[in-house]
Design a protein around this ligand. Structure first.
Ligand SMILES: Nc1nc2c(ncn2[C@@H]2O[C@H](COP(=O)(O)OP(=O)(O)OP(=O)(O)O)[C@@H](O)[C@H]2O)c(=O)[nH]1
Ligand SMILES: [Mg+2]
Length: 196
């Protein structure tokens, strides 16, 4: 997989539009504003591949990116309180439809803000991933915002959190300074190398 070959593929706002997925898929999931789109840009070393915003709720559709026969999915974030009921329903329908459709999901990057304890929505997501048996790793984002002492404390808190026990790994990452990106690439390559 050559990351320079990445192209935007398509956006989907409702699950009915989602095409049957025939390609191996790598998924970025997590609450709104945790840094999914930013991390995708850093991963591919592109500034504006995925749209980023300081305002939570930026990504409202499932966005696919294609690179050498692999599909990357940027999911709309959960847990954004100021969404309307109609928007929330659409989000729920879209996510349910996404995970219920036949897909070749090889790895889910479950992003968690390293500065904070997982939210109730994060825990719901972690349990969903654990119970459904999807291979996932936890990516602790925005690690650049922590000093050494804070970082050590947060690392220990995550290490002791039983909700993360099914994760294949925990990677501290920053979309600002690129920390963790090489580890993410290695995790993706390893997941793609396994038999489906
Ligand atoms: N310091 C720092 N800021 C970050 C990092 N990653 C993202 N941000 C900032 O966090 C905000 C949200 O980033 P996005 O990438 O849009 O977050 P998202 O998870 O895609 O959010 P939704 O699309 O709403 O689900 C932006 O202001 C980013 O610049 C990081 O690693 N470090
Ligand atoms: Mg986004």
């Amino acid at each position: 997989m050559n990351i320079h070959h990445v192209t935007f593929e398509a956006s989907y706002g409702t699950s009915k539009q989602l095409p049957v997925s025939d390609l191996p898929e790598i998924v970025f999931a997590g609450k709104s504003n945790v840094g999914k789109s930013s991390l995708i840009n850093k991963f591919f070393n592109r500034k504006n591949l995925a749209r980023v915003s300081g305002v939570p709720g930026k990504t409202t559709t499932v966005n696919f990116f294609r690179v050498d026969g692999v599909r990357f999915a940027d999911l709309p974030g959960y847990g954004y309180a100021r969404r309307s009921d109609a928007e929330r329903r659409r989000w729920g329908e879209l996510m349910e439809g996404y995970f219920a459709s036949r897909r070749d999901i090889r790895l889910i990057m479950q992003l968690l803000d390293m500065r904070h304890e997982p939210t109730a929505d994060d825990v719901t997501m972690l349990r969903f991933l654990t119970e459904s048996g999807y291979p996932f790793i936890c990516v602790l984002t925005k690690c650049d915002k922590l000093n050494k002492t804070e970082r050590l404390a947060r690392r220990e808190a995550f290490a002791g959190n039983p909700e993360l026990r099914a994760a294949r790994g925990v990677i501290e990452a920053s979309a600002v300074n690129g920390e963790g990106i090489e580890a993410l690439k290695a995790a993706v390559e390893a997941a793609l190398g396994e038999q489906a």
